[in-house]
Design a protein. Structure first.
Length: 279
C-alpha cells in the first residue's frame, strides 16, 4: 500500500495540472489593534524605530507615526498636498513617495505620486503626474485595468503594480523618480489572480512582496524573488494564503526574508489592525 501511494504521488507530481498556483503556508505571529484615526490605513513604511501609515480615499493629507505596539505617537501634515486616494507609500535613502493613484472607477485624470522630504518636516518637494497610454475611455465603470494601489521604490525608479479588476492580473509600470508628467505602458504582467492592494521592495534581498484579495474574501501574500528591473523574466513568484479571511488587507512592509508587517482597514465597528506574518 505504501508503495502504491508513493507511485500515485509521483504521477500527480509529473502529470498534475501545470498551470495551478502552489499556495504555501504561513502564520500570524503577532497582532494588535491600531487607532480608529487610521481606520483606512493603506500604506506602511519604516520611520526611525517606528512605522508610518496614511488613510486612503478622501482622508486628510497626513502621515501617522505609530509603534509596533499600535500606539499613535505623531501626525505629520503634508502641506500643499491633497489626498484624492492615497494608496501606498515607499521610500529610498532620500525621500518618501506617496502614491495618489487610486482609481476604482477608472475615471481619474489627476493621478500622481508625491515626493516628500522627511528630513525637512515632511515637506512636499515635488509631484510626479502620470497617465496610462492604453487608456482612452474615462467613463465610470467597475472592471478595468487602470487602477494601481501598490508602489515600491527601487534604487533607480519607482514601480507601480496595478489592481486589474478586468483580468485579476497585476501589471508592472516603471516611473522616474523626478517631477514631471509621464505616460505609462506595462513592462510586465503577473498572473496573480487577485486584486493587488499593497507592495514593498527590499534591495539587499532582491525581494518584492505584494498583498491582495479575491472577491470571496480570501487574502494573499506574494513574494517576487530575484527581482531585477533589468531582467523581469527571471522573477520567481510564490503565493501564500493569509489566515485573514474577511479582512481588508491594504499594505505590507518587509522585515526580512520570512517576516512581514501587514495592515488591514477597519471593517464596520472593528479596528484597523497590524499583523506580523511569518512564512
Amino acid at each position: 500500500m505504501k508503495t502504491l501511494i508513493q507511485l500515485l504521488c509521483l504521477l500527480l507530481l509529473f502529470y498534475g495540472p501545470k498551470n495551478s498556483t502552489k499556495i504555501l503556508a504561513q502564520t500570524v505571529v503577532y497582532e494588535t489593534q491600531l487607532p480608529k484615526k487610521i481606520e483606512e490605513t493603506s500604506g506602511i513604511e519604516f520611520f526611525k524605530n517606528d512605522l508610518l501609515t496614511h488613510n486612503d480615499s478622501g482622508g486628510k493629507p497626513n502621515l501617522y507615526r505609530f509603534t509596533e505596539q499600535g500606539d499613535l505617537i505623531n501626525k505629520y501634515r503634508i502641506e500643499g498636498a491633497e489626498n484624492n486616494d492615497w494608496e501606498d507609500i515607499a521610500q529610498d535613502k532620500n525621500y518618501l513617495y506617496i502614491s495618489d493613484s487610486g482609481n476604482n472607477k477608472g475615471k481619474r485624470k489627476n493621478l500622481n505620486i508625491l515626493i516628500v522630504d522627511p528630513k525637512r518636516d515632511f515637506k512636499k518637494i515635488g509631484a510626479i503626474t502620470f497617465n496610462y497610454r492604453d487608456q482612452q475611455n474615462f467613463d465610470k465603470r467597475k472592471k478595468h485595468p487602470f487602477d494601481a494601489e501598490a508602489l515600491v521604490a527601487t534604487q533607480e525608479v519607482l514601480v507601480l503594480f496595478s489592481k486589474n479588476r478586468k483580468t485579476s492580473t497585476t501589471e508592472l509600470y516603471s516611473i522616474p523618480k523626478t517631477s514631471g508628467n509621464f505616460t505609462l505602458s506595462p513592462k510586465k504582467s503577473f498572473d496573480v489572480q487577485s486584486l493587488i492592494t499593497g507592495a514593498d521592495y527590499h534591495q539587499r534581498l532582491k525581494l518584492v512582496a505584494l498583498v491582495g484579495y479575491v472577491q470571496s474574501g480570501e487574502q494573499f501574500l506574494y513574494t517576487l524573488n530575484s527581482f531585477d528591473m533589468g531582467n523581469l523574466n527571471k522573477v520567481k513568484i510564490k503565493k501564500f494564503k493569509l489566515p485573514l479571511d474577511g479582512k481588508q488587507v491594504e499594505a505590507i512592509k518587509i522585515i526580512d526574508q520570512n517576516n512581514f508587517w501587514i495592515t488591514s482597514e477597519a471593517e464596520g465597528k472593528s479596528f484597523p489592525m497590524l499583523y506580523k506574518i511569518q512564512l
